[in-house]
Design a protein around this ligand. Structure first.
Ligand SMILES: [Zn+2]
Length: 496
């Protein structure tokens, strides 16, 4: 992404996009256009929030392929929708080098979001789709398309501070890179992204972006006493991995924030087997792990002044003669006994040990966990809002502020004491499901029971981590949710 001042508008034949605010889409508006140029654009009769394309490149001395009119009340959602349209138009035009001219400063505070969306314009999960061979219809065989990966040059009007915008764009690019990391890790199917492979990927990212990582194997996991985590893992032939990643870059404070991500590389439900309809996307049950790995990579890229430890307990939940059962009573790193009433409520068992590790071994001052944890969160909030439970106002405020910057919607759910009582067991210290009622909150409160009183927050991304169709927010597949929220929330928590 390069930046140019507006007075050297491109005159060559590259693909050009013009963005203009609705307020200035009239005679006498404050745009960087001459009257004659504006008259040319006005003749197009653009609709706010819609993208117009013209076939003939030249019009009144201005060359543009795509015009977009930013609506007066520009919101994050509206910008996303508009940018999705611009992206699909550019894709159709097979654009390679794109000049984008902002004709006025109507993007305002949303310029960071705009740059982030540009940086994600070519993202998608397609490397298992070969072109040239169509197994279903050989008549459709076609030559491989050239990859769509445009480069952008931005032309800014004088009313925008070019230096500041360049800085914003650089940050936005790193945030976008973190989202790409999360999406890539989550999109890979379970036959590829095993716990071992996830640990390898995290180790490569650690080397590339500059954070530390420790990986514990199956034997070490047992030796450490992670009985809850291991009970889930032992049904699978794919051995589990426990990962502890550290990015300690703030010497002014001893405060440490732990980010704990659920890392079920596959969840069959175990003996509480899922129906086929819900099982085919269960490779994305490590969406929380993908998010914390994406976040710590981004924090390192940004050289953020934070002390963050990201923790992932990665395993598969499978069926075999070694698998745990409904009715088992298992131990945990915390020393508590857990009655397993449902083997499909496995995520919280793995989180329990990871959170205990964060609280007692890392001695974190704050813990945020993130997990594709409950179907109930989708029932309550749909697939575009992440449910949050937090017992600490500072953590909630940081998550909430981060979400409004990242454009990812969050909603806080309650953590009343009576809800935790649903997890009381007759046979052990606690049971791993409090039933269907308030299922998202009771699952969260199960996790909190292992936080040893450390201020805690919890994001349930079961509804938002994966989408089976493309939207303005993300292409089909993993959305990358969590990478940006956790990054921004961590930065915010260390600013206080
Ligand atoms: Zn499950």
């Amino acid at each position: 992404m390069q930046f140019q001042p507006f007075d050297v508008l491109p005159k060559d034949a590259r693909t050009t996009v013009f963005l203009l605010g609705e307020d200035n889409y009239k005679e006498g508006g404050h745009s960087a256009l001459t009257g004659e140029q504006l008259a040319g654009i006005l003749a197009l009769c653009l609709k706010p929030g819609k993208v117009g394309t013209i076939k003939s490149a030249a019009r009144e001395g201005l060359k543009a392929d795509v015009y977009a009119l930013l609506p007066k009340e520009l919101t994050y959602d509206k910008l996303e929708e508009l940018m999705a349209e611009v992206a699909s138009t550019l894709r159709t035009l097979k654009a390679k080098q794109v000049d984008i001219a902002l004709l006025d400063d109507s993007l305002k505070d949303l310029s960071a979001a705009f740059y982030k969306q540009l940086a994600l314009v070519d993202d998608g999960f397609s490397h298992y789709k070969t072109t040239g061979i169509d197994p279903i219809d050989p008549q459709q065989d076609k030559q491989e398309d050239e990859a769509f990966s445009p480069t952008f040059t931005l032309y800014l009007p004088k009313s925008m501070d070019q230096k500041a915008e360049e800085k914003t764009a650089k940050q936005a690019k790193k945030l976008a890179e973190g989202i790409r990391i999360t999406r890539r890790l989550v999109n890979e199917p379970a036959n590829v992204m095993s716990p071992k492979r996830l640990a390898q990927e995290a180790s490569e990212l650690a080397k590339k972006h500059g954070f530390e990582i420790e990986v514990f194997d199956e034997q070490q996991i047992q030796d450490m006493g992670m009985q809850a985590f291991y009970s889930v893992a032992k049904g699978s032939d794919a051995p589990p991995r426990f990962m502890v990643m550290r990015y300690m870059n703030n010497q002014d404070t001893k405060q440490v924030l732990a980010l704990v991500g659920k890392g079920l590389t596959y969840d069959s439900g175990g003996y509480a087997l899922k129906p086929a309809a819900g099982m085919d996307t269960m490779f994305c049950d490590m969406g929380g792990a993908g998010a914390v790995i994406g976040a710590i990579s981004t924090l390192a890229m940004l050289k953020a002044k934070v002390n963050v430890v990201a923790i992932v307990a990665a395993c598969e939940n499978m069926i075999s003669g070694h698998a745990y059962r409904n009715g088992d009573i298992i131990g945990s790193l915390a020393g508590k006994f857990i009655e397993v009433v449902n083997t499909d409520a496995e995520g919280r068992l793995t989180l329990a040990d990871a959170i205990t590790y964060a609280a007692t071994v890392i001695k974190a001052d704050k813990i945020i966990d993130i997990a594709t944890l409950t179907g109930a969160v989708g029932v309550a909030l749909g697939n575009q809002i992440t449910g949050v439970v937090a017992d600490d106002e500072g953590i909630w405020e940081a998550i909430s502020a981060a979400s409004s910057k990242s454009g990812d919607k969050v909603w806080r759910l309650p953590h009343f004491d009576h809800l935790a009582k649903s997890n009381q067991s007759e046979r052990a210290d606690i049971k791993n499901s409090g039933g269907r009622m308030a299922g998202t909150a009771t699952a969260a409160l199960f996790c909190r029971a292992f936080a040893f009183g450390v201020p805690w927050g919890h994001l349930d991304i079961a509804g938002t981590a994966y989408s089976d169709k493309a939207s303005a927010k993300a292409p089909l597949g993993a959305t990358g949710i969590g990478a940006e929220i956790l990054t921004l929330a961590a930065v915010k928590l260390f600013e206080q």
